[in-house]
Design a protein around this ligand. Structure first.
Ligand SMILES: N[C@@H](CCC(=O)N[C@@H](CS)C(=O)NCC(=O)O)C(=O)O
Length: 368
C-alpha cells in the first residue's frame, strides 16, 4: 500500500491529533511539512481552503478537518480502534475532542499571541514554516505575515487581550492541568482506561502544538509542574508503541477532569446552540450554512466573555448530541450522571430544530 500523505506542521494546533492517529493505528504515512508552495499547489486547489492538516489517501481521496480525518481513518482501518465501542465512553471521547478543539483552542491562541515574547517568537516561527522548502520566499513571507495578522486579530474579538479574560483563560488551563496530573498520579496512563482513545488524541492535540511546544509561560508550567501530563503528551505523539489491548473504563479521577470541561465550556456550548436555534432555521434546506451565528454573551469561570459563535462549533455539538442519542436506555442513567458532572447534560439532551451536514468540506443546512 502506498503511504498516506499528511500535510501538517509540528507547531499547528490540529496536526498532532491526526499524526497521533496515524502513529497509534500504525498506518504508513509520509508527513509533508506545511509550506507556502504546498498551500498554494495542493491544499488550496484540493480543499478550496487554506487550512491544514490535510490528508491525501493512497486512492487520491482528499481528507480535511482533523475530526473527519480521524473518523475516516477509523473507518478504513478499524484495527487498533480509537473510538470506544461502549456508547457512554463514545460520548465522553467525543466530548473531550469537542472541548479540546472548540474551547482549548482559545487557551492555545491566548498563550501563543498574548505574552509578548511568545508572540514575537510565533511571528518568526510562521515565517520559517511558510518559507522552508518554498521556491517563492517573498510569497511565503507575505503569507506568513497575513496569516499571523488574521490569527492575531481574532484575539480582541473574543476579549482574550483583556486582563480579566486572560486571567480566566490561565485559570482554566492550570486547573485542567492539575486535574489531569491527579488523574495520572492515580496510575492511570490514558484518559478512558488502559489504552489510548479519541479522548487522548483530542486532548493531547490541544496541548501539543502550542502549549507544550511554544516557548513561554504555558510551556514552562507544563514542563515544570505537570511531569506526568508531559510524559502522556510525548507518549501520545509517538503512539505507535502504545498498547491496544487494555480495558476502557471511567476512573474516579476522571470526574474532576470532566468537571473542568463544564466550568470552562458548558455555558459557551449551550449559548452556541441557542445562537444556532436563532439563525439556522431561517436558512433554506440545502444552502451552505452561513459560517457565523452572531455574537454570544457567555462567561469563562467568572469572567464575562462576548465572542462570535460559528456553525462549525454547532456542527461539532450536533455530533455529540447524536452520540448521546445512540446511548441505549439501559446506559442512560450512567451517561446522564457523567454528563451532569461534565456540565453538558443540557447540551446533549437538546433536540435542535435544525441539522447540519458536511459535504465536500462544507457545511449545508439539512432537514432536521
Ligand atoms: N477544524 C479544522 C481546523 C484546522 C485549522 O484551523 N488549522 C490551522 C492550523 S492548526 C490553520 O490552518 N490555520 C490557518 C488559518 O487559520 O488561516 C481541523 O480540525 O482540522
Amino acid at each position: 500500500m502506498a503511504d498516506y500523505l499528511l500535510y501538517a506542521a509540528q507547531p499547528s494546533y490540529f496536526s498532532a491529533k491526526v499524526r497521533a492517529c496515524f502513529q497509534y493505528k500504525r498506518i504508513p504515512y509520509t508527513e509533508l511539512p506545511f509550506n507556502f508552495d504546498r498551500l498554494r499547489d495542493v491544499i488550496l486547489p484540493r480543499t478550496g481552503m487554506h487550512l491544514f492538516p490535510v490528508v491525501i489517501c493512497p486512492d487520491d481521496t482528499t481528507l480535511q478537518d482533523s475530526c473527519d480525518i480521524v473518523a475516516e481513518l477509523e473507518r478504513r482501518h478499524p484495527e487498533r480502534p480509537v473510538v470506544p465501542e461502549d456508547p457512554v465512553l463514545r460520548v465522553l471521547a467525543l466530548l473531550f475532542e469537542t472541548y479540546a478543539d472548540e474551547f482549548l483552542m482559545i487557551v492555545g491562541g491566548y498563550y501563543r499571541w498574548v505574552p509578548e515574547a511568545t508572540r514575537e517568537w510565533a511571528l518568526r516561527m510562521f515565517a520559517v514554516l511558510a518559507g522552508w522548502g518554498s521556491q517563492d520566499k517573498a510569497g511565503a513571507q507575505q503569507v506568513a505575515d497575513m496569516t499571523a495578522v488574521q490569527i492575531e486579530s481574532r484575539l480582541p474579538a473574543i476579549g482574550a487581550d483583556r486582563p480579566e479574560t486572560g486571567a480566566a483563560i490561565q485559570a482554566c488551563f492550570e486547573r485542567l492541568c492539575a486535574r489531569l496530573e491527579e488523574h495520572f498520579a492515580a496510575d492511570e496512563f490514558f484518559l478512558l482506561g488502559a489504552r489510548p482513545t479519541l479522548a487522548d488524541l483530542g486532548m493531547m492535540n490541544a496541548m501539543f502544538g502550542h502549549l507544550w511546544r511554544d516557548p513561554g509561560p504555558a510551556n514552562d508550567f507544563l514542563h515544570r509542574s505537570c511531569i506526568r501530563t508531559g510524559i502522556w503528551i510525548d507518549r501520545m505523539h509517538a503512539a505507535a508503541g502504545e498498547p491496544a489491548d487494555g480495558a476502557l473504563y471511567v476512573a474516579k479521577t476522571l470526574e474532576p477532569v470532566l468537571a473542568e470541561i463544564g466550568a470552562a465550556f458548558g455555558h459557551m456550548a449551550a449559548a452556541t446552540l441557542d445562537a444556532a436555534d436563532r439563525r439556522l432555521p431561517s436558512q433554506a434546506i440545502g444552502e451552505v450554512a452561513k459560517p457565523g451565528l452572531g455574537r454570544i454573551d457567555t462567561f469563562l469561570l467568572d469572567a464575562p466573555m462576548n465572542r462570535p459563535a460559528t456553525s462549525y462549533t454547532a456542527w461539532k455539538l450536533q455530533r455529540l448530541i447524536d452520540a448521546y442519542r445512540a446511548v441505549p436506555a439501559a446506559q442512560r442513567a450512567e451517561a446522564d450522571r457523567l454528563l451532569g458532572v461534565a456540565g453538558m447534560l443540557d447540551v446533549c439532551g437538546r433536540t435542535p430544530a435544525w441539522r447540519l451536514e458536511k459535504r465536500d468540506f462544507k457545511l449545508y443546512v439539512a432537514s432536521a
